[in-house]
Design a protein around this ligand. Structure first.
Ligand code: ADP
Length: 582
């Protein structure tokens, strides 16, 4: 396929230039907009994507859910809770997390406070709330309810059964503060730091309210009743062109901090939020809720009918039927537990997949980041040349030279801060060489491939023992996975698809070959396979094999491709040197 055709294909794949880039931003209460002023972000993105207008839509929780479900958004900015929901329901994927210097870290940034009036000596910690009246924002609010819900459970109070009342007052959160102050409820759940900021602005008196079970400060400046959870992520939604996602990710990571020092950094780990939802059986885990008797009958009415018939037919055997029902319920529980376990396993696979994808995105982003850093560097060069020219001409007035030196140091600081932003990512990329068993790396990659739901499973050929090499395990898994996925793409639509993977000893070490009977490639394309941006797929980036090639070379090995003879398809093989002590 020629360059023109590739460009045409790329143009057809993405939305037309001029169409807006749509970013949904969670803003459940008007004041949230004021709290987090998004204008600088919008302006920064507009500069980074000059050919398309950037539209921000400020939405409440149901509004953002609806917009994501309808495919109206390319990106979403939301709290950690809603993000995890969008991840499960609509394939959202985080590309950056807010980096706020006021909190210990982006992964430990958000908490809730359960407040009571300071004069309530009878309320000391969360367990004192049993049988009391409690107000929160809404059932689906993350900082405004769910964080506190989990802590209440941990303190032995089930809010669904053991409170006198649980009232959802809605946004804004100040309503909860008012209800507590006026004594309409015993306690209220709000976002940590709200009390502090109301005291600071003089709206309430210091010492009027108290936070229950306040955890030790631990680098966090406000009183809180819950552990710390990750800050807001910036997420890309399914179907957004990868190129656009990459450009936005690069723009976020290179965005200068605002006056408060708030910036964007590499995405945090949101696993603690998934754990929370799993424990509460809400969000993506809502279907794990303990089934009520009505739900069991509704879902398993066949069983219920059978039990009823048995009851009618043999009244004398009531006791036995009882035992039967008990057993059925136990089995049902076991089945639910099993489903929970399977879900957890597939989730950890997805996390791993995610990580691998992020590794390769860094490679792809490298050239754009280099461009970003090049700008301050070339400005520095210009100023330095200017100083040189002045020296040559004997014009040595201190003022212009001082100004030039100041500009040089400002530009150097800018380049430095860009480097800082990507360092976290880069550190993850740093090769960690260790003894790796290629058979294990192969099994892990195949497991990931199979978990992603592909129809053709690879047939493995290998000896019984381990195949030791010295390698970065993640990178080698990335190479194997890439080859498997490419083979898979080539097999689409083939009548009797076959995918063979062979691991064998070779002269210098170990060779792993991935062979398919797919569409193959003409010889002239075969020669260009490892060039960056060579692709024949409309959605392809053409970077996978280029990255694999450089990874294998960095390991002192080689990656080659050849057409199968006889027969259709290609075979990709890489060889890694054997360990010195083998
Ligand atoms: P991408 O998959 O994004 O196109 P890659 O670097 O992974 O990028 O692959 C580049 C190109 O090499 C693909 O577009 C495809 O044409 C070709 N290719 C890779 N693997 C195979 C294969 N097993 N069979 C046929 N063609 C392949």
């Amino acid at each position: 396929m020629g360059i023109a055709a590739i460009l045409l294909a790329a143009a057809l794949a993405g939305p037309a230039p001029g169409e807006p880039v749509r970013v949904g931003v969670l803003a459940p209460e008007g004041s949230e907009i004021a709290l987090r002023d998004w204008a600088p972000l919008q302006a920064h993105l507009a500069r980074a994507i000059p050919e398309r207008p950037v539209r921000f839509a400020f939405l409440d929780i149901p509004g953002l859910r609806r917009a994501a479900a309808a495919g109206d958004l390319e990106f979403a900015v939301a709290n950690a809770g809603l993000y995890v929901e969008l991840e499960a329901a609509h394939g959202a994927s985080r590309i950056a997390t807010i980096d706020n210097p006021q909190v210990p870290s982006p992964a430990r940034a958000v908490a809730s406070a359960v407040i009571v009036r300071a004069d309530r000596a009878d309320l000391r910690d969360l367990s004192d709330l049993r049988g009391r009246h409690v107000a929160a924002v809404e059932a689906g609010a993350f900082g405004g309810w769910q964080l506190a819900w989990r802590e209440l459970l941990r303190a032995g109070v089930d809010p669904e059964r053991q409170l006198a009342t649980l009232r959802f007052e809605g946004f804004p959160m100040q309503r909860i503060v008012a209800a507590v102050r006026e004594g309409r409820v015993d306690a209220g759940v709000i976002r940590a730091c709200l009390v502090e900021s109301l005291v600071e602005s003089g709206e309430i008196a210091a010492g009027e309210l108290r936070v229950l079970g306040a955890a030790s400060p631990d680098g966090f400046r406000c009183a809180r009743s819950t552990p710390l959870y990750p800050d807001w992520p910036f997420a890309v939604l399914k179907g957004t062109p990868r190129d656009l996602a990459r450009r936005v990710a690069t723009a976020l990571l290179t965005m200068p901090p605002d006056e408060g020092g708030v910036a964007w950094t590499v995405p945090a780990d949101y696993q603690p939020v998934r754990d929370l939802f799993r424990e509460l059986h809400v969000g993506p885990y809502a279907n794990l809720r303990e089934p009520s008797l009505a739900a069991i009958i509704g879902r398993y009415w066949g069983w219920a009918l059978a039990a009823l018939a048995a009851l009618l037919a043999v009244v004398a055997h009531v006791v036995r039927v009882d035992a039967l029902v008990l057993r059925r319920t136990r089995e049902l529980r076991a089945a639910l537990d099993e489903r929970d376990r399977a879900r957890r396993a597939s989730e950890s696979q997805r996390e791993k997949m995610d990580h691998l994808a992020r590794l390769s995105i860094l490679g792809e982003m490298a050239s754009m980041l280099a461009h970003e850093i090049n700008q301050p560097l070339s400005t520095i060069g210009n100023f330095a040349e200017g100083i040189g020219r002045r020296l040559d001409a004997g014009r040595l007035e201190p003022e212009p030279i001082r100004r030039a030196a100041a500009s040089i140091s400002a530009q150097a600081a800018r380049a430095g801060s860009i480097m800082d932003r990507i360092r976290a990512f880069a550190r993850k990329r740093e090769g960690r060489r260790e003894r790796v068993d290629l058979t294990e790396a192969l099994d892990a990659s195949v497991a990931l491939l199979v978990a992603s739901g592909v129809p053709v499973h690879p047939v493995l050929h290998r000896g019984p023992g381990p195949a030791w090499v010295e390698a970065d395990r993640l990178q080698i898994e990335q190479v194997i996975l890439n080859l498997l996925k490419n083979a898979h793409d080539a097999l689409e639509g083939v009548a009797s698809p076959r995918l063979d993977v062979t691991l064998a000893r070779s002269a210098a070490g170990w060779t792993l070959a991935v062979s398919d009977n797919g569409v193959g490639l003409p010889p002239e394309s075969l020669a260009r396979l490892f060039e960056p941006f060579f692709t024949t797929k409309p959605e392809g980036l053409g970077l996978g094999l280029a990255i694999c090639h450089s990874i294998v070379e960095a390991h002192g090995g080689s990656l080659t491709a050849r057409a199968n003879a006889p027969g259709p398809g290609l075979t990709f093989a890489f060889e890694l040197p054997r360990l010195a002590d083998e």
